[in-house]
Design a binder for this molecule. Sequence first.
Ligand SMILES: C[S@@+](CC[C@H](N)C(=O)[O-])C[C@H]1O[C@@H](n2cnc3c(N)ncnc32)[C@H](O)[C@@H]1O
Length: 199
Amino acid sequence: MIDDHGYWNEFYLANRAVREPSSFARHVEDRYFQRGTTLLELGCGNGRDAIFFAEKEKQVSALDLSLKSIQSLSAMNVKNAEFFYQDFSQLSDFKNFDYVYSRFTLHSIDDESENMVFQQLPKVLKSGGLFLLEARSLKDEKLAKTFGTDHFRRYLDYEATVNKIERLNFKVLEKIESQGLSPYKEEDPFLMRIVAKKL
Ligand SMILES: C[S@@+](CC[C@H](N)C(=O)[O-])C[C@H]1O[C@@H](n2cnc3c(N)ncnc32)[C@H](O)[C@@H]1O
């Protein structure tokens, strides 16, 4: 398993992370989500999207391996949200969610951990539940980077990722590989977005 805890602790302690909800969170909230549902977030970081979803009346369970971040989020007593210091490739305690949401986290783990996430996904979601993924794609590897080169990143093969999700017996509702989805400062990464429904 990749050990970047120190990097992410320092990152969140230094308050370098954006606090507003991501464009992906707004997109899936507007297009797919209902109120009064349950959502599991894999790698919530500083909680920017978890707090947004909780405010939109989802019951949110959010996991991260940055202890500093989980401690400060837990101390905020956010209504409708619980935060867990938990490796998101170990999901046996989490079952029957309406949504599993993963933004900028699948590229933070190695292939073996990704396989573990995908193997467990069908148990974590209800039938009809949605998996919502945004991550860096292989095309992004070639773009110059001004930050983020000091921690692990793995670039995901877009078509292979779609195929892996379909093989789990999920129906892909939306898929795109593009720039322009989440520009940040002077960078405009190549990302994939996949939304898939458990059949
Ligand atoms: C790039 S940040 C994304 C945070 C948030 N999703 C966002 O969009 O702002 C990646 C996050 O994944 C977390 N992370 C990486 N590997 C993890 C793992 N195996 N289990 C839990 N969290 C992990 C890191 O601690 C970090 O907070």
